[in-house]
Write a new protein. Structure first.
Length: 206
């Protein structure tokens, strides 16, 4: 009888533990909001038409691995060269208290995955072993209002060697229908060597 009671308590403990784990893994309402508004196809067509210093850029964010968490497959390309994106990334979104963290991953063989957004199930074949974390380049976001999040990378935490840079910085604002993204690279003396100089790119959801 004692053994039966003991096993019953163990079983109940496992059930409660499992329920707690599921509850912990469940997205908050705010996280669900962020993931939902980030995904989609954006372009900077309107900004490029108004200011010749900006290019018309295509930005696609496709949700993948829904059973593992909050992941977005990201392609960024000149609008008329979408088959040859100059940036391919995976964003992993997590939450710590009131802060939302977008970790950035590169792909070891990115060419093999370009354009798969048309058939998102193809990304099921992609594994975590195919990725490399860009340590220090995560974007820390806070919710500033309904369907609005703002944030940036840390101060000089994201290394970059592009065009003689030593580090990069990103500032991001996400709303229901747009993303404002300002990526800049700086050399060891703090001089900007790549990226927009007047302000961020304004991506409008199509």
């Amino acid at each position: 009888m004692r053994n039966f009671i003991f096993m019953l308590f163990v079983a109940l403990g496992l059930v409660n533990c499992s329920s707690s784990l599921k509850s912990h893994l469940k997205n908050s309402r705010e996280m669900e909001e962020l993931v939902t508004i980030m995904q989609g196809h954006y372009t900077s067509e309107k900004q490029a038409a108004a200011d010749k210093d900006y290019f018309n850029i295509s930005l696609r964010m496709t949700p993948i691995w829904k059973n593992k968490g909050n992941y977005l497959f990201v392609e960024q390309a000149l609008y008329d060269k979408q088959d040859k994106p100059y940036r391919v990334r995976i964003y992993k979104l997590t939450q710590q208290g009131d802060q939302f963290i977008s970790q950035i991953y590169t792909l070891k063989d990115e060419k093999a995955w370009i354009g798969k957004w048309a058939t998102p199930e193809a990304y099921d074949q992609l594994t975590e072993n195919d990725l490399e974390l860009k340590s220090g380049c995560e974007v820390m976001l806070t919710r500033s209002g309904k369907n609005q999040f703002q944030g940036a990378t840390g101060d000089k935490t994201c290394p970059s060697e592009l065009r003689g840079a030593s580090w990069a910085n990103s500032k991001v604002t996400v709303t229901e229908n747009s993303i404002l993204s300002w990526d800049q690279g700086f050399d060891k003396d703090g001089k900007q060597v790549w990226g927009a100089t007047k302000g961020g790119y304004e991506f409008i959801k199509r």
